[in-house]
Design a protein around this ligand. Sequence first.
Ligand SMILES: Cc1cc2nc3c(=O)[nH]c(=O)nc-3n(C[C@H](O)[C@H](O)[C@H](O)COP(=O)(O)OP(=O)(O)OC[C@H]3O[C@@H](n4cnc5c(N)ncnc54)[C@H](O)[C@@H]3O)c2cc1C
Ligand code: FES
Length: 261
Amino acid sequence: MNAPEMVRILGIRTETPTVKTFILNKKIRAKPGQFAMLWIPEVDEKPFSFSKLDGNLEITVKEVGPFTRKLFSLKKGDLIGFRGPYGDGCFRVKGKRICVAAGGVGLAPLMPLIDEILKGNRDLTVIIGAVTEKELLWMDRLESRKIDLLTATDDGTCGKKGSVCDVLKKLVGKTRFDRIYSCGPELMMKRVADIALKEKIPCQLSLERYMKCGMGICGQCCIDPTGLRVCKDGPVFTAKELRGTEFGRYNRNASGSRCDL
Ligand SMILES: Cc1cc2nc3c(=O)[nH]c(=O)nc-3n(C[C@H](O)[C@H](O)[C@H](O)COP(=O)(O)OP(=O)(O)OC[C@H]3O[C@@H](n4cnc5c(N)ncnc54)[C@H](O)[C@@H]3O)c2cc1C
Ligand code: FES
């Protein structure tokens, strides 16, 4: 599990102008929120969550830098290094009225969670956000299911003009949610966590940090001042666990230097 295994890419789907899904010839038992380290020899190794767990694993990726650019150049049939699943902290479904708040490609790790939520008799509201309508992920997939779906875009091309948090803030004034789950840009998640803490709604969030070992050894992804490792103790944490930490303020780059958000 901890040595990379070369896995074949069975197919690639273009989801939005900047996001692609890679279908891997790999089946594992993993929980919503867990991730794998993907390795492209002579390029780098980076963490990615699973956007589909049943059957062949799927990984949904936004092109942001050197690794994801190289990944986007790979073709069906190419091989990629895979180690995982990692992350002891994962999403745990509880409660009857649930809200999922996702920003951009942050919807990827939330999709297996949404599948699990819908297996029970629960009321589910999903808020998805993106910079513009074309970047909204999986509208059709979500609309066809028993979900109250709301959207927000920065430019107002679909749904509320503004952020997922603006929509959430209005909603919590009207609906009493038992749980909120979130993933997306960190400043968005910080606002989600603050709303949840203020309203006393239990909330889980999936965090991103620069990772090296991905399995709790090197200390690269520790959260100040708790020392919780995002790769091992997370990547999913409760809003309470993150209160008073570096979350929403800064993270660390490859050399360990602080980078303000
Ligand atoms: C547990 C975990 C799970 C992850 N799951 C996914 C996933 O499912 N899909 C996915 O696309 N990414 C995911 N990521 C993020 C991914 O690992 C990084 O985006 C990765 O660093 C990309 O490598 P790169 O070399 O292409 O870009 P880098 O050189 O590492 O980053 C380029 C620039 O883009 C910024 N950046 C990083 N991520 C994003 C983003 N999502 N949106 C906008 N800007 C960003 C960085 O801050 C940096 O300034 C996950 C990260 C973690 C820790
Ligand atoms: S990346 Fe090494 S401890 Fe998390």
